[in-house]
Ligand binder design. Structure first.
Ligand code: ADP
Ligand code: GLC
Length: 475
């Protein structure tokens, strides 16, 4: 039984802004049958504190980056948690990273340095009698943990997982002391990033091993196009970097038992769910395919390209239902398109239950991302027989088999890939989707292939377990 401390800024079911929360929430249960005990260190945001029932204080600090703090041990929804209760850092309105007006909290570097510092403290002294044999940190918010372990002489191996390299966790150089960083490491070989402090860079340099969430993204990260300035560091450490695909929770996402939908046992059951979804979105009946998007509305997700490609799809009889929030300009553009076009409907917001109903009722799910470390919604789509139409990038490549003539003939295709990603190519692929949809046999094959694909955690949890075993020599 290897003891692992996971360090994360989000975790389902307590707090989520994206897929990181799903991964952090699912890994502990997936690792358990493999003999690994994962506990999770999470900031005590108000929503997290409210969810705690029985707690025990296992560690205290008089001055954690500007105020007193304690670590509370608790169990929630099967997770063993260490919650960092530090009111001066986390007792705030807004999201985990942004204030109510949508601006970054100015002390974000310190807030998540504090989280990383406490991971080091738990590894150093233990918490309530439990000491991890390995620390597994996620993204820039956990990335100083490997650094603090090294600089405080705590001999525990660490893994850093990159979910999104777009966020570097930068801070001005004059915050070295307030972030408890050694000025002698403020170099190109350390955590210096173009004159600033880079938390993610520190993790990339100091973690024992690095992972990201798909094999293709692991390769892409070492290129200037995708590495976002850190490709050099990743090339230097490419021997320590592996890509391990995300899975999804097969109980939460099960079209046979999903309490959010009219359930169905095969793709044939989709008809009813689709009729309900059209009604819910106020879309007319139609013969063409109903495509959906469930996404953060950000540049990463390429949805500006979808706006451009949409007319060709709609002209051929397609329909679109979108659920998302984020970038205000994109929100407004989609709302405007929906107002002008009867076959486009949009919900701005975040709605977990509706996202299930959308996967259930959709013929297709669109994920035209510019980069996508893994992506989860195409996996939900596969499981619910909503054919993924994806950009040929990152984890989307590793999870969707393109319906080329050869793949169709061999009967293995599960979706469509767009390459290169331009509005024009996306439009062409969406027109191809309409044609495929009208070919009843071809569509039935795609759907049943998609629904048969294994998208759970089993294989990936075994890969993480293998990595932990290698690093702790306990194989
Ligand atoms: P990312 O982490 O980059 O946002 P992922 O595809 O890995 O992308 O994960 C996104 C997660 O957030 C999925 O579980 C998706 O269903 C969910 N999600 C995104 N936007 C919404 C929304 N508006 N309503 C409900 N769920 C959403
Ligand atoms: C990130 C990525 C997404 C990935 C998720 C979980 O937010 O954008 O592709 O699925 O993390 O690893």
């Amino acid at each position: 039984m290897t003891r692992i401390l996971s360090v994360t800024s989000e975790c389902v079911p307590l707090v989520k802004t994206g897929g990181l929360a799903d991964v952090a929430g699912a890994l502990p249960a997936a690792l358990k049958p493999l003999g690994h005990e994962m506990r999770t260190l999470l900031p005590g945001y108000p929503t997290v504190m409210k969810a705690l029932k029985k707690t025990r204080t296992v560690l205290t600090e008089d001055d954690l980056f500007g105020g007193p703090a304690r670590v509370l041990e608790a169990r929630v929804a099967g997770l063993s948690l260490y919650v960092l209760d530090a009111a001066h850092l986390f007792k705030r309105e807004g999201s985990p990273y942004l204030d109510v007006d949508g601006n970054d909290f100015p002390d974000n570097p310190e807030r998540f340095a504090a989280l990383s510092w406490m991971a080091m403290r738990i590894a150093q002294d233990g918490a309530g009698g439990w000491t991890p044999q390995l620390v597994h940190a996620h993204d820039w918010q956990g990335a100083l943990a490997p650094y603090y372990l090294k600089t405080n002489g705590v001999d525990v191996p660490s893994v850093l997982t990159i979910h999104n390299i777009a966020f570097h966790g930068l801070a001005p150089a004059n915050r070295l002391a307030s972030l408890r960083l050694d000025p002698s490491d403020f170099t190109e070989d350390g955590f210096e990033f173009w004159g600033q402090i880079g938390a993610l860079k520190a993790g990339l340099q100091f973690a024992t091993a690095l992972t990201t969430v798909s094999p293709t993204y692991a390769r892409e990260l070492t290129t200037p196009e995708f590495g976002m300035g850190l490709d050099g560091v990743l090339r230097a450490r490419s021997g320590d970097l592996t890509g391990i695909l995300n899975g999804i929770d097969l109980e939460v996402w099960d079209p046979k038992t999903d309490p959010n939908i009219a359930t169905y046992k095969t793709a044939r059951g989709k008809g009813r769910a689709k009729a309900r979804l059209r009604k819910e979105f106020g879309l007319p009946d139609a013969d063409g395919p109903l495509a959906v998007v469930v996404s953060r509305l950000s540049h990463q997700k390429g949805l500006d390209l979808l706006l451009e490609a949409l007319p060709a799809f709609i002209d051929r009889g397609g329909q679109l239902a979108l659920l998302g929030s984020g970038d205000k300009e994109l929100e407004a553009a989609f709302v405007k398109t929906a107002a002008a076009q009867a076959n486009v409907a949009v919900r701005i917001g975040y709605d977990e239950a509706l996202s299930h109903r959308m996967m259930a009722g959709a013929d297709a799910i669109l994920v035209p991302s510019r980069f996508e470390p893994c992506g989860l919604t195409q996996l939900y789509g596969l499981r619910y027989g909503a054919i993924p139409v994806v950009a040929a990038t990152g984890g989307l490549v590793d999870t969707v088999i393109h319906a080329s003539p050869m793949a169709m003939r061999s009967g293995v295709a599960t979706g469509l890939q767009v390459s290169p990603l331009t509005a024009h190519a996306l439009a062409a692929t969406m027109v191809q989707l309409v044609d495929l949809f009208q070919d009843v046999d071809a569509w039935a094959m795609l759907q049943s292939n998609a629904m048969r694909q294994s998208v759970g955690w089993e294989a990936s949890a075994a890969e993480y377990a293998g990595l932990y075993d290698r690093l702790t020599d306990s194989a």
